[in-house]
Design a protein. Structure first.
Length: 1107
């Protein structure tokens, strides 16, 4: 006897029911009859004579009645759907009705038709019936806020916009097109809506991953929430969906799968492979949707697109940039801005939490600690957040998992990667969903489209993928997810790659300026200034990224008399059709930005429909203190007096003529590389250009005959850095330097403006201090003290430059050039020294017949390779790439071109107070090097012991023995403070005699080394790399060059370079010089050396000598 209990109402779920289900060759084909049912269930229990529940009658929200039985039982009601559950899982109470999520639950009846048994005609009829059923079943129903504040369900704004854009495009074109929709705005539902609205007969959907194939495939099976929101009518059949997990084994299998399906979902690898094998897929698909198109490599996409030429192709992506940095192919027909997505609640701002850890061994721990801190903070604020820690490899993920387990055991970190079993991955995801775990460590990401909105904290332990996608993934906002706050992304900004990825991010979309809240903990002063300057354009709503504007250092300069400038008036000069971006105004910094679009006729014909488009930047800055207006523009066709007048009034006057050359003041060792002159001849204005050695005579003639200097350009040094600089009497000043950011350009303007406003600067004096090169017929009567490789060679990566002597090969790191003979006249003889093979090869520079000739004079002939496997004779190389020779009087010579010091610089006495005296007792002043055995009586050891004895407050981090061919200096000492790296170079030289005296020859080589080494200030990263390589080589020989510090210390300093300013100090160490007996010749040579290192890289210079 069966008894029925009174019906009760429970919240629960029932699993999906299928019309069609089965697989062919491992590929599933399905069509839903009814999707999963969720909501209130009216449940009536049936009990037997002993009171045991034997069955349930369940009425679902639609009114349909369902029979629920334990496994093994049968129903006698043929027309009622029957659901069976495992006996152990048979519902017992209110909590047991979530049957859709329970394992072992299945439909006993009606059973779905097996896809592998369907005959061809029936399959086609089923497929076509679905498409026919979609007619008049789609409604453009948009969500809207009702009067009571409740949202009426429907398509979101970006989805409506994308649908109309696609339909419009398909009306006029069959070309591939791209839809850009930020993560969280509903790309997938847009695809579903297009399927039904356009009654697409055969749709191929290509996804980037296996996980996304299942997720997107299931969305197509159910049509998402389109039916629930009455966007698709009840009369519309659900589509037949095939999910290709493997490439079909044969053409027959492929046809059996495809002919049944309305939609096929697969990965690019399978789709590309099938299209290469035969035309089954290419002839089947009427339309192709590429999901997350930024994943597809350009070459793969080009080939696939060519084979799918008959299908209409539509790409969906959250960013229009591929992972290879190239734009996604296809016309962008809809691009929904990130800023709008945030304003409308689809996307939240992301806080960028910067960790600054220079030691790579500690970086992961620092990121982990920050992630745990943010998680605990968010949890305390009531946010149901999870951490996603991302890295780039399985071994790295396993190592990170151990770190997170140790530091956050209460959050039970789980590990997910592709090498795990399916069961392990499912268990990990289940732990996250149930919140048994709150931290997941994964390789790359969990996949675009992965639906776990609580993943709001991203700990980025690597930065090799698109940062835009990572940020969108964590920043997306799901309306049904309660207790979810804003996202936080954590990365190590001490890693230069992180800053580069942020730079790439701003290049992709200017909206990231607003959406990424970048915390400034640990930011350098320069970074803070850069950020503050850009933030000053707060009234702007830029369509371009202001962070990514890198103007050239150039300007025309106007003297103004206005009390205040009028930057808003700039629009008068840029009509609407010409103004592309701006004006953006930083009112505090008085800086204005405009980007204009100019269209001009093509120069090669009169074709009215064709125009050349030019994009020009206009950058204006008004300095109220100096009364100067600076205008920078990529359009150099004018000096833009009209812009100056509109923002600064009619009194604005261009600074031009002789006054403009004041801007050269303060340029040390300035060499004019090109000079233009204007002069009258027979009433005609003549213009002449002069280059190289011709400049000297031309400048002398101009100053003597009062010819007008039209323009000039050259190179020199200023503020301790090499610079290029040019100016034109028409009013323009420029440099080849690119501004680090907008504030960098403003600072440059202030520097130039101060000179232009300084009436005490006489341009005649400026030109008297210019280095005038001249060609010589013989070498100067001065002692050559040093020789250096050609700058072009020094700019190369030194490990890639190889020199061969006999059968031996060495890199540029391990080779020195040195003067062999300190004579006043005759050929300049120099040697190439290679300690590693104990080789010395000598060459001479002989000047004859107006040119320099290089001659090999002793030792085995050398050859050089700057390209793998290609060697050239050094004699030939030197002829084309001559080395630089330094002379004792301060002159430089390159081939037969001499660069003498101006007269005012020739005699600069060396101050006696810069000669430091040491007690040399116990030191053999004729023994220079400490060697591997650390000889205690050597000069070099004396220096090192002095450095090791520094008190704690001035203690060095590194003391490095770099003695040998290719050396930077005999001793290199490094000390890092908060914002500064101090580099000290000690050049040691043994005395030529046992007693200290006044011998100038004892200073030739050491002063030459000091002058040559100052250029390392501009190559600190390369210097550190060189030190690391030389230490590794010494380690391989069983020794070390480090007397203080470790190899890891050099790595740490190298990683911190982008946050440190560099101070360089140079010491010459020669105990053979007596301070009391020092001669005028010695002081003159020391003065020339100090003058050179000061004027070039602003480095102080001392001599350490005997009393």
């Amino acid at each position: 006897m069966v008894t029925r209990a009174m019906a009760q109402r429970f919240e629960g779920s029932l699993p999906e029911r299928f019309h069609l289900s089965g697989n062919i060759g491992g590929n599933m084909i399905q069509q839903l009859r009814v999707g999963a049912i969720r909501g209130g269930l009216e449940v009536e229990a049936e009990t037997d004579a002993r009171g045991r529940v034997v069955a349930f009658d369940v009425v679902v929200p639609s009114g349909e009645r369902i029979r629920v039985l334990p496994n093994g039982a049968n129903s006698e009601e043929a027309d009622t759907p029957v659901l069976v559950t495992p006996k152990s899982g048979f519902p017992r109470d209110e909590a047991g009705w979530d049957l859709a999520a329970r394992r072992g639950v299945r439909w006993q009846s009606p059973l779905p038709q097996a896809a592998d048994l369907v005959d061809t005609e029936a399959a086609r009829l089923r497929r076509d019936a679905a498409v026919l059923s979609w007619r008049d079943q789609f409604a453009f129903r948009e969500e809207e806020a009702l009067a009571d504040g409740v949202m009426s369900p429907g398509l979101r704004g970006p989805q409506i916009g994308a649908l109309h854009a696609v339909l419009a495009h398909w009306k006029v074109s069959e070309d591939p097109a791209t839809v850009v929709m930020p993560t969280g705005t509903g790309k997938t539902e847009t695809m579903l809506a297009l399927l039904v609205a356009q009654r697409i007969p055969r749709l191929l959907v290509v996804v980037p991953s296996d996980a996304l194939r299942g997720q997107i495939g299931h969305k197509f099976l159910t049509l998402g929430w389109l039916k629930e929101f009455r966007i698709v009518g009840e009369g519309a059949h659900l589509p037949v969906v095939g999910m290709l997990k493997e490439s079909p084994r044969s053409r027959e299998d492929a046809d059996r799968i495809l002919m049944q399906c309305n939609v096929v979902v697969t990965t690019m690898a399978i789709a590309n492979g099938m299209s290469l094998r035969d035309d089954a897929l290419t002839s089947w698909a009427s339309h192709v949707f590429i999901d997350e198109a930024h994943h597809v490599a350009a070459r793969t996409w080009d080939a696939f697109k060519a084979r799918m030429a008959t299908a209409r192709i539509l790409q969906f992506t959250a960013t229009p940039f591929r992972q290879d940095g190239k734009l996604v192919d296809g016309k962008i027909i809809f691009n929904y801005p990130l800023r709008r997505a945030q304003a409308e609640g689809y996307f939240r701002a992301v806080t960028f939490r910067a960790v600054k850890e220079f030691d790579p061994r500690r970086a992961d721990t620092a990121i982990c600690a920050a992630a745990i801190e943010v998680l605990d903070r968010d949890r305390a604020a009531g946010h149901d957040h999870l951490v996603m820690a991302r890295t780039d490899s399985v071994p790295a993920a396993e190592r990170l998992h151990a770190i997170y387990q140790q530091m956050a055991p209460k959050h039970r970190p789980v590990l997910l990667h592709s090498r795990q079993s399916a069961g392990a991955r499912q268990a990990g995801l289940a732990a996250l969903r149930s919140r048994a775990s709150r931290i997941v460590i994964c390789v790359d990401m969990l996949g675009e489209g992965f639906d776990l909105p609580a993943l709001k904290i991203a700990a980025l332990h690597d930065m090799h993928k698109s940062l835009a996608i990572t940020l969108q993934f964590t920043g997306r906002f799901t309306r049904s997810a309660y207790g979810i706050g804003d996202a936080t992304v954590i990365a190590n900004v001490a890693d230069a790659n992180v800053e580069q990825k942020l730079q790439d991010l701003y290049a992709e979309d200017a909206d990231w300026n607003e959406l990424l809240r970048k915390l400034s903990e640990g930011a350098t002063r320069r970074e803070v200034r850069r950020s503050d300057f850009v933030d000053g354009f707060r009234e702007a709503n830029p369509v371009i990224s202001l962070q990514n504007i890198f103007p050239k250092m150039s300007a025309v300069v106007f003297k103004t008399a206005c009390v205040a400038w009028q930057p808003d008036a700039i629009v008068e000069k840029f009509p609407a059709g010409r103004l592309y971006a701006g004006p953006y105004i930083n009112r505090e910094a008085r800086t204005l930005i405009v980007v204009a679009r100019d269209q001009l006729p093509v120069p090669w014909g009169d074709i009215r429909d064709l125009k050349e488009t030019f994009w020009h930047l206009y950058l204006l800055h008004w300095d109220a203190d100096s009364g100067l207006l600076f205008i920078n523009s990529s359009d150099n066709s004018s000096v833009h007096e009209d812009l100056a007048t509109v923002v600064a009034g009619d009194t604005a006057r261009l600074i031009r003529g002789e006054t403009i050359f004041r801007s050269m003041h303060g340029l040390n060792r300035f060499v004019i590389m090109s000079l233009g002159l204007r002069h009258l001849l027979n009433r005609n204005i003549q213009f002449s250009m002069h280059n190289g050695a011709d400049v000297g005579q031309a400048l002398a003639t101009a100053m003597r005959e009062n010819k007008a200097k039209s323009n000039l350009f050259g190179k020199g040094f200023e503020h301790g850095e090499p610079v290029t600089f040019g100016c034109s009497q028409k009013g323009r000043v420029w440099s080849h330097r690119i501004a680090y950011d907008l504030s960098d350009w403003v600072d440059w303007c202030h520097d130039v403006g101060a000179k232009l406003n300084d009436a005490t600067i006489a341009t005649e004096d400026v030109f008297r201090n210019v280095v005038i090169p001249r060609e010589v017929a013989e070498r100067p009567e001065s002692v050559a003290i040093a020789v250096e490789w050609h700058p072009e060679l020094l700019a190369r990566q030194h490990e890639r430059v190889l020199l061969q002597v006999g059968q031996h090969e060495a890199s540029l790191y391990d080779i020195s050039l040195a003067i062999s003979s300190h004579e006043l006249a005759g050929p300049v003889r120099f040697a190439m020294v290679i300690d590693e093979i104990n080789a010395v090869v000598e060459y001479e520079i002989r000047i004859a017949d107006g040119r320099a000739v290089f001659v090999h004079v002793s030792g085995p002939e050398g050859s050089i390779s700057t390209r793998r496997g290609v060697y050239r004779s050094l004699v030939e190389w030197f002829a084309e790439n001559p080395p630089t020779v330094y002379f004792a009087d301060g002159a430089l010579m390159v081939a037969n071109e001499l660069f003498p010091l101006p007269d005012a610089h020739r005699r600069v006495p060396f101050p006696l107070e810069r000669i430091l005296t040491w007690d040399w007792a116990g030191t053999n002043i004729r023994m220079e090097s400490q060697r591997d055995e650390r000889r205690p009586e050597s000069i070099q050891r004396k220096v090192i012991l002095a450095l090791l004895g520094e008190p704690a407050e001035t203690r060095f981090d590194v003391v490095f023995d770099d003695d040998g061919s290719g050396e930077i200096a005999d001793v290199v000492a490094l000390r890092v403070t908060e914002h500064t790296l101090l580099v000290r170079l000690y050049h040691c030289k043994f005395s030529s005699e046992d007693v200290a005296g006044a011998r100038v020859k004892d200073l030739y080589e050491v002063c030459g080394q000091a002058q040559r080494s100052v250029s390392w200030k501009g190559m600190i990263a390369r210097m550190l790399d060189r030190m690391r390589r030389r230490e590794v080589e010494r380690n391989q020989q069983g020794g070390t060059r480090l007397d203080l510090g470790e190899l890891a210390t050099l790595h740490d300093i190298a990683r911190r370079l982008n946050t440190l300013s560099v101070d360089l100090e140079i010491f010459a160490v020669q105990p053979g010089v007596s301070k009391q007996a020092v001669s005028q010749a010695q002081l003159a040579l020391l003065g020339v050396t100090e003058n050179y290192v000061r004027e070039t890289y602003d480095a102080p210079f001392w001599l350490i000598a005997n009393p």
